[in-house]
Design a protein around this ligand. Structure first.
Ligand code: 2AM
Ligand code: CA
Length: 268
């Protein structure tokens, strides 16, 4: 796809995402406790996630013919196609259900193993973060870039605590202890897509987490890259889309985080 076409698709996808975001916002506080399903330990879902996903999928099908889908709620199974949409219709479902105003829609478009577009829409503040390959990263029409802070100790770091996979607790809390002692602070927002978007616009200097799914990070990856940040897996490699762990940040923050993570996490 040529750049002008990609830009156009990104623009029209942003309209769709804002519409579905407004649906999600209207459902805050309306979900009956009995209608919440537990997919697996601490992984919750309601009609809101599913309806949002169905609306996104049909809107995207109308915008790009024949693309495949990888979606969290599996309302569609279409894995064949040169283009693939990777969707989390509601990232931060636990926050949403607890009426904690940090949750988002995360949509990425992948072509031949490369993410070429990403949109993260933070529903409460109506902030649309978007990027397409070679086009820079943006927040509501303003160009964004990662923080220009070069002092690790002055940085704010985001993470997600383990909530179902407790196998690497010692390693994880070893890293966290180090960062707690050495940085300005740690934040745990509960939406990986928002964490990544906030690194892209410089609110956070870095972010790391393990046990993630592709739909949590796909859009945020291109946001951080196009905003001038660094992205890798815990071992410095590029297996971060499906590898279930990710570390991102400004060049200096990423380098320092990776060094500490390497002292605690050993590649299996
Ligand atoms: P989700 O709401 O789309 O499932 C990283 O913390 C990611 O883990 C979040 O983006 C969130 O995505 C997911 N997650 C699922 N259940 C969680 C829980 N109980 N606590 C925190 N994060 C959770
Ligand atoms: Ca979700």
């Amino acid at each position: 796809m040529e750049k002008p076409q990609l830009e156009k698709l990104c623009y029209s996808t942003r309209q769709l995402v804002a519409e579905v975001g407004s649906f999600i916002k209207k459902q805050v506080g309306k979900v009956d406790e009995n209608s919440i399903e537990t997919k697996s330990k601490n992984s919750l879902v309601s009609y809101v996630d599913k309806t949002a996903e169905q609306r996104l999928v049909s809107g995207l099908q109308a915008r790009l013919d024949g693309a495949a889908f990888l979606t969290e709620e599996e309302t569609i199974v279409a894995s064949e196609g040169t283009y693939q949409w990777i969707i989390d219709p509601l990232d931060g479902t636990t926050n949403f259900l607890h009426e904690l105003p940090i949750f988002s829609i995360s949509i990425a478009l992948r072509f031949e193993n490369q993410i070429i577009m990403g949109i993260v829409y933070e529903v409460n503040k109506e902030e649309c973060f978007y990027a397409y390959r070679g086009g820079g990263a943006w927040l509501n029409d303003q160009k964004i870039s990662v923080s220009d802070n070069t002092v690790f100790e002055d940085g704010l770091i985001a993470t997600g605590f383990p909530y179902y996979d407790f196998e690497h607790m010692d390693a994880y809390f070893g890293v966290l202890r180090n960062f707690v002692e050495r940085t300005r602070g740690i934040r745990r927002l509960g939406s990986a897509a928002v964490d990544l978007a906030y690194v892209a616009c410089g609110r956070f200097d870095g972010y790391f987490e393990y046990s993630l799914n592709a739909w949590d990070v796909a859009a945020g990856i291109i946001l951080v890259e196009e905003a001038g940040g660094k992205v890798s897996d815990f071992y410095g490699g590029n297996n971060y889309l499906f590898g279930k762990n990710i570390v991102v940040g400004t060049k200096t923050t990423h380098e320092t985080m990776l060094k500490t993570i390497g002292q605690h996490f050993v590649k299996a």
